[in-house]
Write a protein that binds this ligand. Structure first.
Ligand SMILES: Cc1cc2nc3c(=O)[nH]c(=O)nc-3n(C[C@H](O)[C@H](O)[C@H](O)COP(=O)(O)OP(=O)(O)OC[C@H]3O[C@@H](n4cnc5c(N)ncnc54)[C@H](O)[C@@H]3O)c2cc1C
Length: 421
């Protein structure tokens, strides 16, 4: 089955150069395609904001590989590369299990999310890729290679967040835990002054914490606290001077919260509270561009003040900024490698020229903090600067060479980022 060009990403700000999109019905068909094709890439659910999923040859979609199997003894779930987080979550919950966290949107493919170190929030929660314990990958020869954290401790941490560069992932295995309930409470108007001495404490005030701001008035307009019911739920009327909301809210002031997950402290299953948006709400495209930069959380307050100096340039072009915490991991190409991080995220209006002008300014003011961009979102960082901030880049390139010596999965995105300079 094919799907001819032109195709765009979800946001519509990038048109893929790849020719056909082929949709194999089985692993064997995918294997044949890899063997027969000079240049290709897997396309997930197209939620990246640039050409990371593009290829000079073709793209393949593994959407038909959507089997899910649970191993209750090992406490793991194995899923085909076509499965989205939202589908997995419903399936797992109905069997009494959960994964540790979710991104803001449930429509993202699990494998595509893992490839770029997609994350939710929580000072003690690592990104979603950190839950991966096994991978099945078609390498450039079309051989199906199985890698696990236990059997391949030397290379596994390099293979998980691999930007799609090692090959075509056909299946992935994640750690699971017993299902849990979450209650979500939103507060309004938290002064940034409280972050000076309490950033870690505030980001650790619930299982998952998100601060939203438009950068005006030195404040977070909203604080979303997602508390695990088994940790105990507390929802005092005030939180560091911020006031508890009395109706459901959308992160963007004035927008209808109808598509947002339930708030007001009403307990519900983890997958209906950890994302900000409901699974049933399916945005086919979005009039937005996203950028996110990670800094060490202990430098987070100063980093926030640095971005705030640009507030009058940023706000007119911004829908909203979200600040989240991500715990350190050991994945070589993860922006959270060995550092507890603050993610400073920007949901921009669909104004590519303004975004292209502003992002370098934000990257510049965050340079003293060693900021690393989210691999799936829009960034402009000089590749030499980026490369200096990636302590495992050399061994990651060696790993790519091992799986794909002739560059079958290489693309312009990789050439302009990890190979440039
Ligand atoms: C509305 C929206 C909300 C978002 N929210 C969050 C958030 O809360 N947190 C966060 O961290 N990020 C978030 N993101 C970013 C998103 O999670 C990442 O961009 C993610 O990588 C998208 O995965 P995808 O499959 O949709 O992307 P794609 O662009 O299709 O693919 C991403 C990468 O994975 C590779 N890939 C996909 N499938 C395979 C496969 N089978 N084998 C090998 N490589 C493969 C592709 O080649 C590409 O390199 C959001 C994005 C959007 C648009």
């Amino acid at each position: 089955m094919t799907n001819a060009a032109p195709r765009t990403n979800w946001a519509g700000n990038y048109t893929y150069n790849a020719g056909d999109l082929l949709i194999p019905a089985s692993i064997e068909e995918a294997q044949e395609l890899v063997r027969q094709t000079q240049q290709l890439r897997a396309l997930g659910t197209r939620h990246c904001f640039h050409g990371i999923a593009d290829s000079d040859g073709i793209q393949i979609s593994l959407e038909h590989l959507n089997a899910i199997t649970l191993d209750e003894t090992a406490r793991t779930v194995t899923l085909g590369a076509g499965v989205r987080y939202g589908d997995l979550a419903v399936w797992l919950h109905s069997r009494g299990y959960a994964i540790h966290n979710l991104a803001s949107l449930p429509h993202i493919s699990v494998v595509g999310g893992v490839m770029t170190a997609t994350h939710g929030s929580g000072l003690r929660n690592r990104n979603l890729a950190a839950a991966v314990v096994g991978l099945e990958i078609l390498n450039a020869n079309g051989d199906l290679v199985t890698l696990t954290r236990d059997a391949n401790p030397d290379t596994f941490p390099g293979a998980v967040v691999c930007l799609g560069a090692l090959g075509i992932v056909t299946a992935i295995t994640l750690q699971v835990e017993p299902t849990f309930e979450v209650a979500q409470t939103v507060y309004e108007n938290l002064s940034f002054d409280h972050l000076k001495d309490n950033l870690r404490t505030i980001m650790d005030a619930a299982y998952s914490v998100s601060l939203f701001t438009t950068w005006q008035d030195h404040r977070a307009t909203q604080v979303w606290l997602k508390q695990r019911v088994d940790d105990g739920v507390a929802a005092p009327a005030e939180f560091y001077g911020a006031t508890r909301a009395t109706t459901n809210l959308h992160p963007l002031a004035g927008h209808d919260p109808v598509n947002c997950t339930q708030q007001l402290g009403v307990p519900g299953p983890w997958h209906e509270r950890l994302p900000h948006f409901r699974m049933e709400f399916t945005p086919s495209s979005g009039a937005e561009i996203q950028t996110e930069l990670f800094v060490p959380i202990d430098m987070g307050y100063d980093a926030i003040l640095a971005v705030e100096t640009l507030k009058n340039e940023i706000t007119p072009h911004l829908h909203v900024t979200e600040l989240r915490a991500i715990a350190a991991d050991d994945l070589w190409m993860s922006p959270n490698y060995r550092r507890d991080s603050l993610g400073i995220h920007f949901t921009w209006k669909a104004e590519p020229e303004a975004v292209a002008r502003l992002v370098p300014q934000i990257e510049a003011v965050l340079s003293p903090f060693g900021a690393i961009p989210h691999w799936g979102k829009f960034f402009t960082m000089d590749p030499r600067v980026l490369q200096r901030r990636l302590p495992n880049l050399t061994r990651f390139k060696n790993l790519i060479y091992h799986y794909d010596p002739k560059g079958k999965f290489l693309n312009e995105f990789l050439e302009n980022t990890i190979y440039a300079g």
